[in-house]
Design a protein around this ligand. Sequence first.
Ligand SMILES: Cc1ncc(COP(=O)(O)O)c(C=O)c1O
Length: 405
Amino acid sequence: MNTQTLVRPVRAQFPGLLTADGQPWHYLDTGATAQKPQVVIDAVTRALGTDYATVHRGVYARSAEMTLAYEAARRRVAGFIGGAEHEIVFTRGATEAINLVAQSWGAANLKAGDRILLSVLEHHSNIVPWQLLRDRIGFAIDVCPLTDDGRIDLDAAEAMLTPAHKLVAFAHVSNVLGSVLDAKRAAELAHAVGAKLLLDGCQAVPRLPVDVGAIGADFYAFSAHKLYGPTGIGALWARSEILEAMPPWQGGGSMIDRVTFEKTTYAPAPTRFEAGTPAIAEALGLAAAIEFVEGIGVDEINAHERDLTDKTRDALRRMNDVTVFGPDDGLGIVSFALRGVHPHDLGTILDEENVAIRAGHHCAQPLMDHLGVPATARASFGIYSDDSDIDALVAGIERTRRIFG
Ligand SMILES: Cc1ncc(COP(=O)(O)O)c(C=O)c1O
């Protein structure tokens, strides 16, 4: 499939893909955050401008309309990942979604003597919330190793899991290696010992069709800004019966049923988990982003990123002083190291060529320790990436090599 034809008209819809002086910008940091299409910018501008009002409270027409739009955004998120509307909680992003699960479900269901299973490749936002809770409660955190090529080793997970495990929390797609989890098998393994499965879907939703029901997950977390939507919004999906039973984690307006100084009762889920005035314009921006992605087609995006990832891995492997990390079928994200050059230096020189990559530990320090490096260089793709970005990356690496002798 020649997926490059997909890109040309799409690229023009992203004003952020030009440099300040109007040159093409080779943006290879979509794994950190995606550029925004004009339809998302317009949706947020409208929501903050001509359509702006609060939700859930106003008795006037504008507020009622905004409430309808906000709840329609929730329906769109639900439809996008195969969940039901009442199972979607808007959060500030994946980080807050995972903290919500830890502080609400975790605090209510985990006790000393229990165990949870994470993996070596997790983002800090799927490690630290569990450590904070562990330090309060005293359960144990086990760490699933990786296969030699850098996937979560589900055979090892199967051997490690016991009835003491109450939760398995894995990245659906690694933000460093692009490794794609066999999520269905992870769910089966977790459920076989009576544990719940939480998937960190941050890097999966922009590049994989996701159906939480077909996977059999219990919790699914993601951020809008990696899916071409705004920052400051994301979602937690939780299976209905689990969400219904979870206690509130933050108190304030909107999440209540009745408040007296003696006793407060709470709204049903998902409202119970959305204390305070929500991120209204951002929710509408997320809905616009999903509409945009669905308009192109997640399967098409998936094939396009597959093509770009394969080409990049091949091009980098042809350089005998470059180490490419992660499995051959990693998706959308390629981490690598150029011998003798710190990733930050490489990133700085590439920047002079209008190529933007990420250099660092990618909020995955345990994975860096496992790889035996302090940092990697990372190229990550989006809908708008094309062969010219790969060519510019390769040319920039060659120039760096010349500079470093
Ligand atoms: C796999 C993964 N999980 C979680 C996060 C955290 O997302 P956010 O900072 O939007 O909450 C990221 C962001 O880099 C990520 O890539």
